[in-house]
Design a protein around this ligand. Structure first.
Ligand SMILES: [Zn+2]
Length: 183
């Protein structure tokens, strides 16, 4: 475990807090006294971060926790700088830019449909389930509500459906160009 602790290094651009939790775990396992943690941690930082963390490291008024926070901030600052550098380079080569615009598409719930009310009316009878079952038990036609035949045999049904379709078609044509009518 001690060897593992010695081998531990903060990898450049890694998650510092992840590194820190591994550091504390291995430090405890290796039974490193806590007063040495500060120095042990400092030695594991790459030069660029160690340089920035040095004043805090040398400042005796800072607690170990404060030093850790300082290191964490320093690494994330450096990461941000490096990432911005990357973004600039990739932007120059044309592949950069923000994330894909994901919010504009999709979930606005039910979109406002075309105002034609009866598009499916020729397929779905206007009667609700209760009325239909009532007519069914009474042996009446769903379409004309007369006895003696079923809805599918209804003599009034075909013409009704055709005329309904024609009405719908006319309605749709009217609604497609409302601006022309208005003008
Ligand atoms: Zn009928």
């Amino acid at each position: 475990m001690k060897a593992k602790f010695r081998a531990l290094r903060y990898k450049y651009r890694a998650d510092f807090l992840e590194f820190y939790s591994e550091f504390t775990y291995l430090a405890m396992e290796a039974k490193i006294p806590e007063e040495d943690w500060r120095e042990e941690l400092f030695e594991r930082l790459p030069d660029s971060i160690a340089k920035l963390a040095l004043p805090c490291f040398l400042d005796d008024t800072r607690t170990f926790d404060e030093f850790v926070t300082h290191c964490s901030r320093t690494t994330s600052t450096i990461d941000t700088i490096e990432k911005n550098k990357d973004a600039r380079t990739s932007a120059r080569s044309g592949t950069g830019g923000g994330g894909t615009p994901s919010t504009s598409r999709g979930g606005t719930g039910t979109p406002a449909r075309t105002p034609s009310t009866g598009r499916t009316a020729s397929k779905t009878p206007a009667l609700d389930a209760t009325a239909r079952s009532k007519l069914f038990t009474e042996g009446k036609c769903f379409t004309c509500q007369e006895t003696g035949h079923m809805s599918r045999d209804c003599p009034k049904k075909p013409t009704q459906a055709v005329s309904q379709l024609k009405i719908l078609e006319r309605k749709e044509n009217d609604e497609e160009e409302p601006e022309k009518d208005a003008a």
